[in-house]
Write a protein that binds this ligand. Structure first.
Ligand code: SF4
Length: 427
């Protein structure tokens, strides 16, 4: 089954990038806790922050009210902010109380926020101190989720990058799959690779700390998310080798991602075809059903989730759309290069944001669909533009073959709704 659409004569990898460093409209990295705490079942995320941080988490993850949450906020009071109290002593007491009450916690993440960074609480030192106190039962790590970073998916990247130095050393030739995916999607991914005979698979993050993930010079790793630049660098510093590939969105992206891994492990072509033929056919059918309304339409991406480049590749190559602008908070050649190779030259490629200038461009272009953050979506809808919230793409299972139709449907839904509203208005 070797009928992939050929790459374009000219892709976007060498297209000059419009770099903008102005005002941004994005969520902060604390948002990642919402999906990370579901993934890591023995972890706890303790945000060292303000009441604003606590409100953000509670409102975004309100569904957890019936269960013991695996995140919380150590609130910095005014006395802390004024440097009048020793925040470290208070943090130690808070952590001791938490761990005494919750013996199920095996990994504790101290998560920095804007206030903790402004008053310069050294959470790395706190994590080292607390690890000494609470090891071996609990491992304490720290990372920053503050809004001083550029965008919300950096929270997961910072969390995983913080885990890498703590991984054990191994000489084994293993495949490390990196990125937090919903369990059901992760199971599909592992099953596909196992069918090809690739069994020495490790996951980062693992569901539990006891699932020993190790790393060394014989480790090869593949990223499942395009926003893991710092984790990529941390893994390479440990000697692991990156398998570069387009990201597994849509039928084509999934096949190319699997092919890159199959080539690394010398999987015979017939074995690869046998493992992928049926799910590929299902993915194509599902995309065709969901994407008819996308064909011939234009799309404009504001920089938000860092999924923009692979999604632009998916929408243009598998759904018949035309990209006007593809904005991404960061463009990292080692991560995004293979997707840029497949994206036909033509769209404006931008990195970073100057929101007023970008709004001017979207108003001039009037695309059929605009993918942007929540804060921009309503005003643009009021101006008659159909929008898709970028954050939904991170909260919804969209990777690999079985979700390819759902991914196309996420983009077609706002267009169908707009068509329905037009029809109702005309009646
Ligand atoms: S980390 Fe910063 S941006 Fe995020 S909720 Fe706290 S104060 Fe707001």
């Amino acid at each position: 089954m070797k009928d992939l659409t050929p790459p374009p004569a000219s892709g976007c990898r060498s297209t000059p990038v419009l770099k903008e460093r102005g005002q941004r409209e994005v969520f902060c990295g604390l948002t990642g806790i919402i999906w990370l705490h579901r993934k890591m079942q023995d972890a706890f995320f303790l945000v060292v922050g303000s009441r604003t941080c606590a409100h953000l988490l509670q409102s975004a993850a309100g569904v957890m009210i019936f269960a013991e949450p695996r995140f919380g906020t150590a609130i910095l009071e005014e006395t802390d902010l004024a440097g009048m109290a020793d925040a470290h002593d208070e943090l130690d007491r808070e952590v001791a109380r938490l761990l005494a009450r919750r013996p199920d916690i095996r990994q504790l993440f101290l998560v920095g926020s804007c206030p903790s960074e402004v008053i310069k609480i050294d959470l790395a030192r706190a994590a080292e101190r607390l690890t000494q106190v609470h090891a071996p039962h609990v491992r304490v790590l720290n990372y920053s989720g503050s809004g001083i970073e550029t965008t919300f998916t950096q929270g997961e990247d910072a969390c995983l990058a913080a885990m890498v130095p703590a991984l054990k050393e191994t000489d084994a030739r293993e495949l490390l799959l990196v990125g937090a995916l919903p369990d059901v999607v992760e199971d599909q991914m592992v099953a596909l690779l196992s069918e090809m005979g690739i069994d020495n698979i490790r996951l980062l993050p693992a569901r539990r700390i006891d699932d020993t993930t190790a790393i060394g010079a014989n480790t090869v790793f593949a990223l499942t998310q395009p926003f893991l630049g710092d984790t990529h660098a941390a893994l390479e510093r440990r000697g692991a080798h990156h398998i570069s590939a387009p990201f597994p969105f849509g039928e084509e992206g999934t096949t190319a991602w699997l092919q890159a891994i199959a080539a690394e492990f010398a999987v015979p072509e017939d074995v690869f075809d046998q493992a992928t033929a049926a799910p590929r056919a299902r993915a194509r059918k599902a995309i065709a059903q969901a994407a008819d309304v996308l064909d011939g339409k234009s799309v404009f991406f504001f920089p938000d989730s860092q999924l923009e480049i692979p999604l632009a590749r998916f929408l243009t190559r598998e759904c018949g759309m035309t990209a006007v602008e593809v904005g991404s908070p960061y463009i990292h050649d080692a991560l995004h290069g293979p997707d840029l190779d497949l994206l036909s030259a033509g769209p404006n490629i931008s990195e970073g944001q100057d929101v007023d200038l970008q709004l001017e461009r979207v108003r001039a272009a009037r695309p059929d669909l605009t993918v942007c953050g929540l804060g921009l979506a309503n005003p643009l809808e009021a101006e008659g533009l159909a929008t898709k919230w970028a954050i939904e793409l991170v909260f919804t299972p969209v990777h690999f073959y079985e979700q390819a139709g759902d991914l196309a449907a996420l983009f077609s839904r706002p267009l169908r709704r707009k068509m329905r509203l037009r029809l109702e208005a005309a009646e």
